[in-house]
Design a protein around this ligand. Structure first.
Ligand code: NAD
Length: 256
């Protein structure tokens, strides 16, 4: 019996085999979960479909989280196929590349709204539709954040503000979902070379700094995040909700 045997998990955010969400999907599958994967658009679908097939994901569905209609449709289809489900993973963020370099003073109204919509509000939008399907199952929601929510990092700019909003959403959603027995937590991951990270200026400099200064003197891997995700989304973490859990080689505890 795997840790997630009999559990059904819906995972948003696989774009390719470097995605954090892909490492989580693989780990969940290995521990016995049934999977539904979603993809943002047809370009991403070309990469996601073969990956989904390779681990026998039961459902593979489109969903651009900017659209309430697409969110409604995707959970409608999941509800029809499964009745309900136990785990929701939100591993999604986006900001225009121009907003992720140079001074934060250059942040535009449009860029701010888009980053906050896709990277923070989308969690609320997904949970709203998912909640009735997760009710009474002791389920768990997980999202991905970064230390740039709490401290200033060069070039992270509007994404730091979006992650701060996301972390606050986790706390408010924990309170809203708690009476139904559903938990929600975030993993604050250290820097990982993915498509999303490629958009942030000076990524290599930050990763190099972590390797030098973090207590564990190394960068993390996608699999390290997946291990923590497994814990947070399983009954092992049944007393944990509203938490921001660092998987960053301990980097966040260092002052100087
Ligand atoms: P990734 O590029 O593989 O994943 C980002 C995902 O967001 C992609 O699958 C993309 O399709 C999806 N997405 C973007 N806009 C969307 C939309 N409108 N609708 C639906 N999906 C949309 O990169 P990743 O690093 O695996 O990122 C996953 C999460 O982890 C993000 O929230 C990111 O901020 C967070 N994170 C990443 C790092 C890192 O260093 N890579 C560190 C901490 C946190």
């Amino acid at each position: 019996m795997g840790l997630l045997s009999g559990k059904k998990a819906v995972i948003f955010g696989v774009a390719n085999d470097k995605s954090i969400a892909w490492a989580i999907a693989q780990a969940f599958k290995r521990k016995g979960a049934e999977l539904a994967l979603t993809y943002a658009n047809e370009t991403v679908a070309k990469r996601v479909r073969p990956l989904a097939e390779s681990i026998g994901a039961e459902l593979v569905l489109p969903c651009d989280v900017r659209s309430d209609a697409e969110i409604k449709t995707v959970f409608g289809e999941i509800g029809q196929a499964w009745g309900g489900f136990d785990i929701l993973v939100h591993s999604i963020a986006f900001a225009n590349k121009e907003e992720l370099k140079g001074s934060f003073l250059n942040t535009t109204r449009e860029g701010f709204a888009m980053a906050l919509d896709i990277s923070a509000y989308s969690l609320v939008a997904l949970v709203k539709e998912a909640a009735p399907l997760m009710q009474g199952r002791g389920g768990s929601v997980l999202t991905m954040t970064y230390y740039g929510a709490q401290k200033v990092f060069p070039n992270y700019n509007v994404m730091g503000v979006a992650k701060a909003a996301l972390e606050a959403c986790v706390r408010y959603l924990a309170e809203a979902l708690g009476p139904d027995g559903t938990r929600i937590n975030a993993i604050s991951a250290g820097p990982l070379k993915t498509l999303a990270a490629a958009g942030v200026g000076g990524f290599n400099q930050i990763a190099g700094h972590v390797e030098e200064k973090a207590p564990l003197r190394s960068n993390i891997t996608q699999e390290d995040v997946a291990g923590a995700a497994l814990y947070l989304c399983s009954s092992l973490a049944r007393g944990v909700t509203g938490d921001i859990h660092f998987v960053d080689s301990g980097y966040n505890i260092i002052g100087l």
